[in-house]
Design a binder for this molecule. Structure first.
Ligand SMILES: Cc1cc2nc3c(=O)[nH]c(=O)nc-3n(C[C@H](O)[C@H](O)[C@H](O)COP(=O)(O)OP(=O)(O)OC[C@H]3O[C@@H](n4cnc5c(N)ncnc54)[C@H](O)[C@@H]3O)c2cc1C
Length: 369
């Protein structure tokens, strides 16, 4: 597996379940380490299936088949993360709303157990103490409490607790790993900025903006056992990849899962024409090679920057990536995660696509389907 994000992790889980001997190689944390703290999986499977370029629609499964695979993938992921000490709650079939550090609601289906009690529907009409730390300069509990009140009908109020060993103007990241301070307020739920440990029974964490303590914890949990190296080239023979090379090592393999992410991970390289830098795979926009879009792509991006985010690699039903003319260049290579195009990367399948395509790519690779 090339890629140390959530897609590479799910691919490794599935392949090991099929008794494959797996090596995960990654050069650095990618987008997974930045997620806000709530996994969006999929909002409406039927509408996903109606959009012909969506990576989940391209798998050629019906809604029942996809639902069964999602059940298996999400429960295997929750089990594996739980074993690493990171417990998650929720299910892909249900969605809740969770507030971030500014009090803005974000939808999510699967969330860390430390975030789950902050579901906004459950807090409506309840008293919530929002903990502020006066030494921290990039977060204001009073305005978060105000937003929770005005936007979500939560009876929120701010309570500042000083942490004297922090310098004035400290940042939220300085709270990471510290024990949660106890508030004076009684009889209220307690909203903490993310990063503290040992939350009291009625405490929960708000979602983050990057850099994200939730993302960092997840990245650490999924990084155990991976090999740190940058893959720079491959050995190929008769339409198959036989080895991946880094500066110091050659990794021989019968199959390869490419889960190198998008621009942050490094799986796609943005330029005048976006490219896939490792294997020169095709990059598509709405089913057409990005290179053929010419200036149209630039106009679309000008009107809506999210257009760039729907560019990506396209696959066949078995997640073999295609080259620009639509053919499968390597029969033992599988692609997964945010490098795939055809969906809104920052939208309702933010984690759903990497988890499910990772899970299936790992299985297809182990079985060489
Ligand atoms: C700021 C931000 C916030 C987000 N928040 C949310 C959210 O709250 N909820 C949600 O559902 N989704 C969210 N998303 C989307 C979600 O985080 C991503 O879709 C998902 O994490 C992508 O996972 P991935 O494994 O495909 O890629 P990545 O996590 O980017 O992993 C790619 C991996 O490939 C490795 N790699 C790349 N090239 C090489 C190479 N040549 N050699 C070795 N390794 C290589 C990278 O080092 C990295 O380890 C967010 C995205 C961003 C950017």
């Amino acid at each position: 597996m090339v890629g140390g994000g959530i897609a590479g992790y799910c691919a490794a889980l599935a392949a090991r379940r099929d008794r494959a001997d797996v090596t995960v190689v990654a050069r650095a944390p990618g987008a997974t380490a930045l997620y806000a703290g709530g996994m969006e999986i999929v909002d409406d499977l039927e509408s996903v299936l109606r959009s012909s370029h969506h990576p989940l629609a391209r798998l050629g499964m019906d809604a029942v088949g996809l639902a069964a695979e999602l059940d298996a993938a999400i429960s295997a992921l929750q089990l594996a993360l739980g074993k690493e000490g990171l417990k998650f709650e929720g299910a892909w079939r249900s969605r809740g709303l969770y507030a971030d550090i500014h009090g803005i609601a974000r939808p999510a289906s699967v969330v860390p157990e430390s975030v789950a009690p902050g579901e906004l529907g459950a807090l409506s009409g309840k008293r919530v103490a929002v903990i502020g730390v006066p030494e921290v300069g990039d977060y204001d509990a009073a305005s978060t409490a105000q937003a929770l009140k005005e936007l979500h009908g939560v009876e929120a109020f701010a309570e500042d607790i000083s942490i004297p060993d922090l310098p004035q103007g400290a940042s939220l990241t300085d709270l990471y790993g510290r024990r949660a301070p106890s508030p004076r307020a009684r009889g209220a739920a307690i909203a903490y900025p993310p990063g503290f440990t040992n939350l009291p029974a009625d405490g929960f964490e708000l979602l983050a903006s990057p850099p994200s303590p939730h993302g960092w914890r997840l990245q650490q949990a999924i990084s155990l056992g991976l090999v740190h190296a940058e893959i720079t080239s491959f050995e190929t023979a008769r339409g198959r990849v036989t080895a991946a090379r880094s500066a110091a090592r050659t990794f021989r393999a019968d199959a390869l899962v490419l889960a190198t992410g998008r621009h942050i991970g490094g799986g796609l390289r943005a330029a005048r024409v976006t490219t896939e830098p490792l294997l020169g795979l095709g990059v598509f926009q709405d089913g057409l090679p990005a290179a053929s879009a010419g200036t149209r792509m630039h106009h679309l991006q000008y009107l809506d920057p999210a257009e760039e985010m729907r560019l990506g690699v396209m696959t066949d039903k078995r997640l073999h990536p295609l080259n620009e003319d639509g053919a499968v260049p390597f029969t033992n290579v599988y692609a997964a995660g945010a490098m795939l195009g055809g969906y809104d990367y920052a939208g309702p399948c933010g984690f759903g696509v990497p988890i499910l395509t990772g899970w299936l790519a790992g299985r297809f690779a182990a079985r060489q389907e």
